[in-house]
Design a protein around this ligand. Structure first.
Ligand SMILES: [Zn+2]
Length: 394
């Protein structure tokens, strides 16, 4: 049996560049929202099938999830994750089209040597990162069972190997007051809107008590019914994020307390609906550094982290609590030029520079995957780190 030759990988990715650019460009030009990524999933699957590898569509009961698998079927297993959903109104302003093409490139490059793979490489199509939690549904469906290492990359304005991501949750609140004519008999009303607005003020009053890294941001989803009616109903939605699930849960309870306090003051009722969010990201440094070494060899100079930039949340966080994972960030623009969820970033996600960064990420992921498959000491080291990260902090 032939042995996997990593030195072939960069050239093979370059050879695949036209296919990868085509997939990235098509997905970019046809943004699809969470769980509606039918065309994107099909384009990626067709490219995989074009290389002679079967694709399992509808993975985990999700219409736009899929999995392709190469290898000997036993031994270590590497999962390379593709995202491909877009955002409302601003399209691919998170660059998930490049994530998809990069994962595809890493997988197709490895598939050219699939007869030499001892172990398994999965390309997993994970829909709905933007608020749908596709990876969480796939985790529950067992899609990551037995995975030795999971990897993806994410576009950014700088190369970071192990940047943090915040645990997050969504809290909807509905206020129910008493309507009355706002001029004729306002004293007979109780304003749901006032309670809603006071909640924002009270939450602000509590920020001094939040730990570093906490983000609480909300918006009013219902501000009343008419100008001449004391608002009977009002509603708001908050996102609560923190560096750990424990702090997130604590702060969410504070936000609820603020809403109850505002409701009490205004004589209205409040009810809550909590929507499950994402866990914080546990970066496997052993694996991230190996990815970083390959990126260095490709002429890029990644940092491990950068405390001067913030972060969002990702359902890769949930995966990272279950299997050793990396989620490196790769620049598709100059540092500080623009960042995720901005119009200018959407333009970068469709640019040649974006494609070039995607190709570098594909090479580094494929090389890292080859290391995991072929290096038992590396697998032991990353598993040891993973086990240590799961034990409770002292
Ligand atoms: Zn994203």
């Amino acid at each position: 049996m032939a042995t996997l030759d990593p030195s072939r990988i960069p050239g093979d990715v370059d050879d695949l560049a036209p296919v990868l650019r085509d997939v990235a460009t098509k997905i970019h030009a046809h943004p699809e929202l969470r769980f509606e990524e039918h065309r994107a999933a099909a384009w990626i699957a067709e490219a995989v099938e074009g290389a002679g590898v079967a694709v399992e569509r509808g993975l985990g009961g999700l219409a736009t999830a899929f999995r392709a698998r190469i290898g000997s079927g036993s031994g270590p297993k590497v999962a390379i994750l593709a995202e491909y959903d877009a955002l409302p109104e601003i399209g691919h302003a998170c660059g998930h089209n490049l994530i998809a093409a990069g994962a595809l490139g890493a997988f197709l490059a490895l598939s050219r040597q699939r007869d030499a793979i001892v172990g398994t490489v999965d390309l997993v199509g994970t829909p709905a990162e933007e608020g749908g939690g596709g990876k969480i549904k796939l985790l529950r469906a067992g899609a990551f069972a037995g995975v030795s290492a999971a990897m993806m990359f994410h576009p950014f304005d700088r190369d970071l190997l192990a940047h943090f991501a915040l645990a997050n949750t969504w809290l909807e609140m509905r206020f129910k007051g008493t309507p009355s004519h706002a001029a004729l008999a306002p004293w007979e009303g109780a304003s749901a809107l006032t309670a809603c607005l006071e909640t924002f003020r009270l939450v602000d009053s509590q920020r001094v008590h939040f730990r570093d890294g906490v983000r609480v941001h909300g918006f009013v989803t219902n501000g009343g019914q008419a100008v001449n009616i004391i608002p009977e109903t009002a509603a708001a939605e908050f996102s609560v994020r923190a560096l750990s699930v424990a702090e997130m849960d604590r702060v969410r309870a504070v936000v609820e307390r603020c809403a109850r306090g505002a409701a009490l003051a205004c004589g209205v009722e409040v009810t809550f609906n909590v929507r499950e969010g994402y866990r914080d990201l546990v970066n496997n440094l052993t694996l991230a550094r190996r990815f970083g070494a390959h990126l260095e060899a490709l002429g890029r100079h990644p940092a491990e982290g950068d405390s001067s930039v913030g972060s969002g949340s990702t359902d890769m966080g949930d995966v990272s609590h279950e299997v050793p994972s990396i989620h490196p960030w790769i620049a598709i623009c100059d540092k500080g030029e623009t960042t995720c969820h901005q119009h200018a970033f959407q333009v970068c996600a469709g640019s040649e520079r974006g494609v070039a960064s995607m190709l570098a990420a594909a090479k580094a992921m494929a090389l890292t995957a080859a290391d995991v498959l072929g290096d038992a000491a590396l697998r032991e080291a990353l598993q040891r780190e993973f086990e240590a990260s799961r034990s409770p902090a002292p």
